[in-house]
Write a protein that binds this ligand. Sequence first.
Ligand SMILES: *[C@@H]1O[C@H](CO)[C@@H](O)[C@H](O)[C@H]1NC(C)=O
Ligand SMILES: *[C@@H]1O[C@H](CO)[C@@H](O)[C@H](O)[C@H]1NC(C)=O
Length: 357
Amino acid sequence: QIAIMNCFGLLLLFHVASSVKHSLRYFLTATHGVHDFPEFFGAATVDEVQVGYCDSNIKTAKPKQDWMMKLIERNPEHLEWYSQKCLGSQHVFRANIDILKQRLNLTKGPHILQRMNGCEWDDETGEVIGFNQYGYNGEDFLALDLKTLTWTAPKSQAVLTKLIWDGEKARLEHNKNYYIYKCPDWLKNYIRHGKSFLQRTVHPSVSLLQKTPSSVVTCHATGFYPERATMFWRKDGQELHEGVEKGEILPNNDGTFQMSVDLNISSVTAEDWRRYDCIFLFAGLKDSITTRLDRTMIRTNQDESSQIRIVIAVISVVIAIIIIAVAFTAYKKRNGKSTLKLDSSSNLIKYKLNKIN
Ligand SMILES: *[C@@H]1O[C@H](CO)[C@@H](O)[C@H](O)[C@H]1NC(C)=O
Ligand SMILES: *[C@@H]1O[C@H](CO)[C@@H](O)[C@H](O)[C@H]1NC(C)=O
């Protein structure tokens, strides 16, 4: 059996960004009564790559990625600003958890309050979109509508908080200014400094994994950049949909990404194996990475137990990092129902609380 560490987690799914859309996002998570998890954690991403973080243990903001470290070296006050914000938010979030616990009559823990805010900028049209939304215990709680400058409550238990927050006019005005001017300014500045990093292409290493001979075969690609990529299984050169399960694109700690796609091979006969292959493809690029379904290439628990354990351990560590780093699920929902609508760009955001076993 593969032992994946048992942790309490929140998974991120990326929305599909077009090639000209840039984003700056901040993810803040405050927890109360969650074991082995910092009480407060913050992360910043530029174009879905984590560029900084802070938490209640280190008590200061830290940059990630070489280009962001260089930018910070030249502007130490920028980091200082983030450290102050991090500390301030920690207290505000803690207080908000206490208020919400009472307001929602929740006596039992754990409690998790999250915020995702930031902006997107389209470098072709110049369009800017700001967003600021909260989640409580893994569910949508409140989202700011910048057009009407009011909060949107998807569930009845958030209505009271919405009404109170709607009355805080100064805070709302401050929010508006921030999302329309400051956030896109910073985003553009970051994009300028990170240009060569953010415009590079790094191909992944692709491997086939299988837990047991009766399990699905997982085609796993890791170490790629940018995140605008797809992966799928083919049979006789045709994309397969049946028996295929696509995973999410997840960030690695080093600014690259990983993803996987499972193939159910229970009804595939031995002689048919060679008709299948797994394709990795960057959006907008022609060259693909083809991996043939080949029993000798599969890494399994059975024959290479230590190797697969290492792979799985790495994956679970990555998952843990992702959980901490980016605690929201953001995705473009296919049927468009029951999720919070953020803005005219139809980016739908949802967050999910998953227990990873
Ligand atoms: C919480 O409990 C109080 C008193 O028992 C009750 O009046 C109130 O409606 C409850 N609030 C919610 C959100 O359930
Ligand atoms: C694979 O497909 C078979 C039959 O179609 C099904 O019974 C089985 O549950 C599937 N396995 C997985 C892991 O989804």
